[in-house]
Design a protein around this ligand. Structure first.
Ligand code: PGA
Length: 257
């Protein structure tokens, strides 16, 4: 299986020109790599301008309806026609959290609805799961299990062919995180994730479902996650905003497989 390397640009860069400059060197390298599928998830407003050639694109979230009176929202079919083939859902930055005394973001129920809608509308879903804190008693595994079971409820087995899981422990995400997870711990988590999925749709499908690692991935730790950690790919945040660092990660992934 090809390694899937996904860039999550989040709220960057500020102009379409910078977006083109950022994607151009990546596009040139990605086209030559045989063992890597490269996906860039820019802000949705850049999708149409960037999505051409052999590079694949994705969106970072979507609204849970196709069309209607929903001011300011973007539905999955719009994203698809804008050039997105992948869709990140359940990212910790879009999940429900307390903000200014109010809950903002998606609950598992909303994520499940979006996952089903996106899969029905030709998008490949990258579902992010992960715990806030790593405790020593394995309680965090219950959080991952609950997220998977709720977010993947009523998804048919054949739809799993278009589903990718990204394990992203929250404490490892972002430029200010102290450290990434370790390849050994990721390996453990990915086996656990497959076990939960196998209870939902059977072992065969669970083994086929790619599990990516995300959280402070860079060119120094990428190889460890891909080899020792046996990750099927990586979800790269801040390191993907430096095209040369991201290209290094792509080349490392191409060398590992
Ligand atoms: P990071 O972000 O690589 O900056 O930690 C990863 C993500 O949030 O998807």
């Amino acid at each position: 299986m090809k390694k899937l390397i996904v860039a999550n640009w989040k709220l960057n860069p500020e102009t379409p020109r910078e977006a083109r400059e950022l994607s151009a060197p990546i596009r040139r390298v990605a086209a030559k790599l045989k063992k890597v599928t490269t996906v860039i998830c820019p802000p949705a407003v850049y999708l149409q301008g960037l999505s051409s050639g052999r590079l694949l694109f994705g969106a970072q979230d979507c609204f849970g309806e196709i069309s209607g009176a929903f001011t300011g929202k973007l539905g999955p079919t719009m994203l698809y026609h804008g050039g997105a083939r992948y869709l990140i859902l359940g990212h910790s930055e879009t999940r429900a959290r307390l903000s200014g005394g109010q809950v903002a973001g998606d609950t598992d129920l909303m994520i499940n609805h979006k996952v089903r809608l996106a899969l029905k509308n030709k998008l490949k879903v990258i579902l992010c799961v992960g715990e806030h804190e790593r405790d020593h008693h394995g309680e965090y595994l219950k959080i991952i299990k609950a997220q998977l079971e709720a977010d993947l409820k009523n998804i048919q087995r054949k739809q799993f062919d278009n589903l990718i899981i990204a394990y992203e422990p929250l404490w490892a995400i972002g430029a200010s995180a102290k450290a990434a997870d370790t390849p050994e711990a990721f390996h453990h988590q990915s086996l656990f994730i497959r076990k939960v999925i196998s209870r939902l749709v059977g072992k065969e499908q669970a083994m086929k479902t790619p599990v990516l690692y995300g959280g402070s991935v860079n060119s120094k730790n990428a190889a460890g996650f891909l080899t020792e950690g046996e990750a099927d790919g990586l979800l790269v945040g801040h390191a993907s905003l430096n095209p040369f660092e991201f290209i290094k990660i792509l080349k490392i992934a191409d060398d590992q497989t």
